[in-house]
Design a protein around this ligand. Structure first.
Ligand SMILES: [Zn+2]
Length: 215
């Protein structure tokens, strides 16, 4: 480890102590209260990109957002990691809303627009190549193909989420959480809400007619 790395690493611990002090100076029982439990209103599924601190971007305190992150905010079927997060968030924490958030300048999306490679990431991002193929004309004509593909990928991943076992179980008991699609615009810091084709999904029987989305 270089001195620079050691310094950066020590910096993390010093910052942590400063943060703890600032919290407890304002509220001496802050961490005691926080440790008693959680009842987050939101499940957030986002990209692992280091530039997306969603609590900072939404100015929310610990306890508000249950988090799952992976490269390019993917919802693969039979992903035990994500499905266990979904099951716990929906059926134990009873979150009200699930947010799937992509972002502009996403490396995973950019990789899906590039040549195929050997390795695990290629398998992981393969569904994004399908999103591109299904929307090639619109995407090729867009001013920023990759950023628009990030938006369409959010819609595709929410569609996939509706077919996961935990969400299907919630639909069967008419207790499904609301669904929200976001794209985080790195170039401005602003969050863009992405309209979801819920009526189309109901028509195609991907969602039941009884599904109500009121985030
Ligand atoms: Zn990304």
């Amino acid at each position: 480890m270089t001195n620079t790395n050691a310094s950066s690493y020590q910096h993390l611990l010093r910052n942590n102590k400063t943060w703890v002090d600032s919290k407890t100076n304002n509220d001496p029982t802050y961490f005691n209260d926080l440790s008693k439990g959680q009842s987050p209103e939101f499940l957030y599924i986002g990209c692992s990109d280091s530039r997306l601190p969603i609590n900072m971007m939404t100015n929310t305190d610990p306890g508000h957002i249950f988090l799952h992150r992976n490269i390019a905010n993917m919802v693969h079927q039979n992903d035990a990691n994500l499905e266990s997060v979904l099951e716990y968030a929906i059926h134990s924490l009873h979150v009200k809303t699930i947010i799937v958030a992509g972002h502009h300048k996403c490396g995973g999306v950019a990789a899906a627009l590039g040549p195929k490679t050997e390795g695990v990431i290629e398998d992981w991002i393969r569904p994004i190549r399908s999103v591109y193929a299904d929307n090639k004309k619109e995407l090729d004509e867009h001013a920023c193909t990759a950023d628009r593909l990030s938006e369409l990928n959010v819609i595709a991943q929410i569609k996939s989420l509706t077919q996961t076992r935990p969400f299907l179980k919630a639909l069967s008991t008419k207790n499904a959480p609301n669904l929200v699609g976001w794209v985080l615009q790195l170039e401005t810091g602003l969050i863009k809400d992405i309209p979801l084709p819920l009526d189309e999904w109901k028509k195609d029987e991907i969602l039941p007619q009884t599904f109500v989305n009121t985030p």
